[in-house]
Every structure is written in structure tokens, then in C-alpha cells.
Design a protein around this ligand. Structure first.
Ligand SMILES: [Zn+2]
Length: 627
């Protein structure tokens, strides 16, 4: 019988090897049951001998306790972003520019790597041990998400092989496989939670969960492709060797990378890779072309310390497919805008099955003469929202039905308004159930209220338990139990999630309220500038318009003020629901404390408008546990 220390070391080695075989090499060499048995043995051993629990132990992948906030992490070397080339000509221009600085680049060779569409991270290794993992942040400073990255199963905690620099940052891209992403969204839909828009956002969001157990449950993966080790010698002279070295040390490296002698060969290979990308189980939005010899990287340098000259992303035009448009339907958005969309014969685009696509607005449908029953070209803009490009007129049979603009709202049958200066049409009814539903679902998604998706919001509205977002904060578990689909536990969970959302910062709240022209970015600027809802409400439109980035850059008037209910509304009506919510952000003397919705405690006071007293838990710091 071996000593416990030796056995623990052996188990760690066996388990990590099995992990690597399974996740990195994609060749499982151990049954799940065997793996579980070894894993449990190691857990038990570490429980009896806590001194044997090392930071690189695979048991530490299960996730540490939730953090309250992320520390900032300054990258040893800034994380750069890549310039894009959208065609061969742009790629040739890139080479020409480089050759003017360093003529050898033309014959130095290029590596081509699949560009993973995920969230960029930096992994710091000291003496071969994973010590810090950080998000990209602004490139100079990111967030320390070490505990979360430990749960990413194919991040090596201890490197294999030898020859690594004592201190190095390994750069990679954390991503969801397409299959895992689809599964994740199915799970969220069933749980009534807001679905993720795309794998990239889902990856970034999952990485920034304060509770590492949530990150772990999501099933992220990583590909690595770059090393920074300032002042130290790398055991690789070229990018191609570096990728092989990363693999030898145990890092997952995307396997379709190639080495080509020059740009004409690169173009041939890029064409081949373009066909391949849609068949992969992970989102890839292009090919990264890198000058192969690493010595030339330093010579070429960077553009404004922002983009390296030695690498560029060759992006592809989005895939287009043809399918049948079965029907044109209209959804009422949270601003009352009528959003026409196409119901399609299911078609696969970029590895995702598309059944609906946006038609943007009625003008566009008419300009392109898109008819029900048409064969249409469909694409996914930015790989996210599918859209109809136009009809294939040659395939018309004469049975297609021309589109007619609605005069009445499809949800509440109120008159539809067509403002002369806008392409959008609007339902004139400010309490149109369609827009209230959308605005509450949007609010829940932005405020990250888990468990509050379309179905549940609809049920709450139907049961008249809520009329607006402010009502959410007064819901009790007992009320929820009167609805279908709630048990004691799920009712309490939803109430807890709603209450926890009071901890969201002011910027998130502003975005969540869905004020016209206030997206996430403008909300951030406003929150940063004013700090409190009170200061914002007291500000004049001129003052708001003067804030950099908020003004009428895109032809919109400056932000519609919350004091106007956020709605320069059509119909002239006041949005009562929304108005009330914002009033609750006014500091209330009756609350008896310095109650201001500050950045960092934005929504805390949403709930106690009626009594004007502090709700029992308000004012104390609620522990933030998204679940
Ligand atoms: Zn309506």
C-alpha cells in the first residue's frame, strides 16, 4: 500500500491524463465509471489529508466558493486585437504594408489558424502551474476569473513536458461547442430562463459568473494559440512550432492550423478552410493569418499598441441559404414597434437550424416585394440574427401572397401608427399587452433574473399578478404557487432571483428599463456620468446631450429622459408602469436612510414604492448568487 501522498499524486496524474484524452485529444481512454471512481477516491483522500490538496488538483475544477466581485488583473503584456481583411485584395494590401517595413515577410511563410468565435482570455503559468486566469478587459487590465477558468475542463492546471518559461501568459479563446450551446439554451428555455443570443455572449457571460459552480455547469472549453513571456526564451522560433509546443505542454490547440510558404498558398488554403468552418462543432468566423517566424513579430511591431502587424483576421462573408417563407408574422416590441418576421421552412445556416428570420420593417418588405409563399435568401447577420435578404423571383409560381400592411395591432387590435419620419410602425396603445410582455421579458433578461422567461411573464400577466416591472418586486412565493408550473422551491427561487437583481448596478437598470435610445452602452455612460437616478432625472436634455457618446450621433435626439417615462411616446399617453418604477428610484425621505440608487446598488429600491418603507431585506447587502 502506497502512502497517501504518493497515491494522491498518482490519482491526479491519472485523472488529468483521462481529462486530456477525453477533452483535448478527443480519444477517451477510461470509462466514465472508472473516472468517477478515481475522482471520488482523490476527493476522499484530500478530505482526510487536506495538506494533499494542491491548487492543480483536478478536484479543484469543481469550483471554489462564489466570489463577491472580480479583482482586476493587469496583463504582463497587453492583449491586442486583430485587424480584419474581408477579401484577397485586403490580405494582399496587408502583406504590402508589412513588406515595406520588413521585406522578408513575403517569403517567410504564414501559419493559418481557425479563428474561434469566443471570449479571449489570458492564462498565467508560473513554473508550469496555472496561477491566474483573466478576461481580456480593455486589453491592459482584465478581470481575474481564475476560479472560473479552473472549472474549464481542458485548461491545463499543471503543464506536461518541459521547457516552458518560468513565467508566461498563454492566450486563448474560451468557447461553447455548438452542440453544448444548443443544449444549454434548451435547458434555459425549459427552466423559463432567458436564452443566450449566441455562443460568444454565452461564453463571456459564463466566464464572468461570480459563482464558479455555475461556470462549471455551463461546460466551457478553450483553444490556445499564443504565448507572451517577456525577457525569456521560448523553445519555438516560429508560430507553427509554438502551436506544437503548446500542444506538447497539454494545451488544447485547434487542429486545423497549417503552414504555407506564401500568400498565394494561403489564399488556396483559406478557401478550403472556409468550406470547413461551418462543419465544425464550434463557432469560427474566419482564419487568422500570422507571419510564421517569431523574430519578425518584434520587427513588425504593433499599430498604436493595439493591433499587431504580424497577424490579421481573414473574415468571410456570411453564408446564404434558400428556403421557403411560409408566413409573415408581426411581433410587438417593447417600444410598441411592430417587428415583422418570416416563418421559414427550417434550414441550416452555419450549423444552426433557422426557423424564423427578421424582415426588419414594412418598408423593406415592400421595397423587396417579399411575399408569403416565396422562396427567399436567408443569412445570419454577424452569425446571430437570421434575416431575409430577398425573394428568388424566378421560382415564383403565382400562388404567392402579396404583403399588406396592418391597420390594426395584431395583439390588441389598436390602430397602427405610421410616423412619417420613421421606417417603423407602432401600436398606438401604450398598454398593449404585446409591448408590456416584451418590456418585462427584456427587463428580466438584462437584470439576469433567472427563471423569468416568456412563458412565466405571460402567466404572471394573465393572472394579473403583475402589470409592470415594479410589481415583480412585490411578488411572494405564495402568489406564485397559484400558477401552473410552480412548486415551493421554484417559487422561492424566482422570488430570490428577483430580489437579488436589486443588486444590479444603475447602468444595468437603465438598460433594463428599455428607454428609447438607451442601450447597454448609453446606459453605462449615463450611469458613469450621473451616478444616481436622482441626478439623471434632474439633468436637462442639453446636459445629457453633451455627454460624449450619448448625444445625437446617430440622428436620434438625446436620450429620452426617464422623467418623461422614457417614452417620447406615440399616442401621447403616459406609460404608467414605467413611470412608477422610475419614481421609485427617487430617494425617499420616508425611507429614513440615505437611499439613493447608486451605481452598484441600482435596483435595490425598486420594490418598496407603496408603503414607502424599507422592505425587510432592503438596505442590507444581499449576497449575490445568480442561480
Ligand atoms: Zn397593440
Amino acid at each position: 500500500m502506497k502512502g497517501p501522498a504518493a497515491r494522491a499524486a498518482e490519482l491526479r496524474r491519472l485523472i488529468e491524463r483521462a481529462n486530456s484524452a477525453y477533452y483535448v485529444l478527443d480519444k477517451p481512454e477510461m470509462s466514465d465509471a472508472e473516472y468517477d471512481r478515481l475522482f471520488r477516491e482523490l476527493q476522499e483522500l484530500e478530505a482526510t489529508h487536506p495538506e494533499l490538496r494542491t491548487p492543480d488538483s483536478p478536484t479543484q475544477r469543481v469550483g471554489a466558493e462564489p466570489a463577491t466581485a472580480f479583482k482586476k488583473h493587469r496583463h504582463l503584456v497587453p492583449m491586442l486585437s486583430l485587424a480584419n481583411a474581408f477579401n484577397e485584395a485586403e490580405l494582399a494590401e496587408w502583406e504590402d504594408r508589412n513588406a515595406r517595413l520588413v521585406p522578408e515577410v513575403r517569403a517567410a511563410g504564414y501559419t493559418l489558424e481557425v479563428k474561434i468565435d469566443g471570449a479571449a482570455v489570458s492564462l498565467t503559468y508560473e513554473k508550469g502551474l496555472f496561477v491566474v486566469g483573466a478576461t481580456r478587459g480593455n486589453g491592459l487590465v482584465g478581470e481575474d476569473v481564475t476560479a472560473n477558468l479552473r472549472t474549464v475542463i481542458d485548461v491545463p492546471l499543471r503543464l506536461t513536458g518541459k521547457g516552458w518559461p518560468k513565467l508566461m501568459e498563454v492566450r486563448g479563446e474560451v468557447y461553447f461547442s455548438k452542440s453544448r450551446f444548443a443544449q444549454l439554451n434548451r435547458e434555459r428555455e425549459q427552466a423559463g430562463e432567458p436564452m443566450f443570443a449566441n455562443p460568444r455572449n454565452a461564453a463571456a457571460g459564463s466566464l464572468r459568473q461570480l459563482d464558479p459552480k455555475i461556470t462549471r455547469s455551463r461546460g466551457l472549453q478553450i483553444f490556445c494559440f499564443h504565448i507572451e513571456a517577456p525577457g525569456q526564451k521560448l523553445p519555438a522560433a516560429t508560430q507553427h512550432e509554438l502551436l506544437e509546443q503548446l500542444t506538447a505542454w497539454g494545451f488544447p490547440v485547434e487542429q486545423h492550423h497549417t503552414l504555407v510558404p506564401d500568400l498565394p498558398h494561403a489564399n488556396t488554403d483559406i478557401t478550403r478552410l472556409e468550406q470547413l468552418l461551418p462543419t465544425l462543432d464550434y463557432g469560427a468566423d474566419g482564419v487568422v493569418v500570422k507571419v510564421n517566424p517569431i523574430t519578425l513579430h518584434a520587427e513588425l511591431g504593433t499599430v498604436g499598441n493595439r493591433e499587431p502587424r504580424w497577424a490579421i483576421a481573414r473574415k468571410f462573408a456570411p453564408e446564404v441559404q434558400i428556403t421557403k417563407l411560409k408566413e409573415i408574422r408581426i411581433n410587438v416590441g417593447r417600444t410598441g414597434a411592430l417587428n415583422p418576421y418570416a416563418v421559414l421552412e427550417p434550414v441550416e445556416i452555419g450549423g444552426v437550424t433557422v426557423t424564423t428570420a427578421t424582415l426588419h420593417n414594412f418598408d423593406l418588405i415592400e421595397a423587396k416585394d417579399i411575399r408569403e409563399g416565396d422562396w427567399v435568401e436567408v443569412t445570419r447577420a454577424g452569425e446571430v440574427i437570421p434575416q431575409v435578404l430577398g425573394p428568388v423571383r424566378e421560382r415564383r409560381t403565382g400562388k404567392e401572397r402579396k404583403f399588406k400592411r396592418p391597420e390594426r395591432c395584431p395583439v390588441c387590435h389598436a390602430k397602427v401608427e405610421y410616423p412619417a419620419d420613421e421606417v417603423m410602425a407602432y401600436c398606438s396603445n401604450v398598454s398593449c399587452p404585446g409591448r408590456i410582455l416584451e418590456s418585462i421579458v427584456h427587463f428580466a433578461a438584462v437584470m439576469d433574473i433567472r427563471g423569468l422567461g416568456y412563458e412565466r411573464v405571460r402567466a404572471l400577466l394573465d393572472a394579473k399578478l403583475i402589470k409592470d416591472v415594479a410589481d415583480l418586486y412585490e411578488l411572494t412565493p405564495i402568489q406564485l404557487l397559484t400558477l401552473d408550473g410552480f412548486a415551493e422551491k421554484s417559487a422561492q427561487q424566482l422570488v430570490d432571483a428577483i430580489q437579488a437583481s436589486k443588486q444590479q448596478p444603475l447602468s444595468t437598470l437603465l438598460h433594463a428599463l428599455g428607454l428609447r435610445h438607451v442601450g447597454a452602452q448609453v446606459a453605462k455612460l449615463l450611469a458613469r456620468h450621473f451616478g444616481t437616478m436622482k441626478a439623471l432625472r434632474n439633468a436637462s436634455p442639453e446636459e445629457i446631450g453633451k455627454i460624449r457618446g450619448v448625444g445625437s450621433a446617430n440622428g436620434h435626439p438625446p436620450v429620452a429622459l426617464p422623467s418623461e417615462g422614457g417614452r417620447a411616446d406615440r399616442g401621447g399617453g403616459r406609460a404608467r408602469g414605467r413611470q412608477r418604477v422610475e419614481e421609485d428610484h427617487r430617494p425617499r425621505r420616508r425611507c429614513g436612510r440615505g437611499v439613493e440608487a447608486r451605481e452598484g446598488q441600482g435596483a435595490r429600491h425598486l420594490g418598496h414604492r407603496r408603503g414607502g418603507t424599507l422592505a425587510p431585506r432592503t438596505g442590507q447587502t444581499l449576497s449575490w448568487r445568480p442561480r
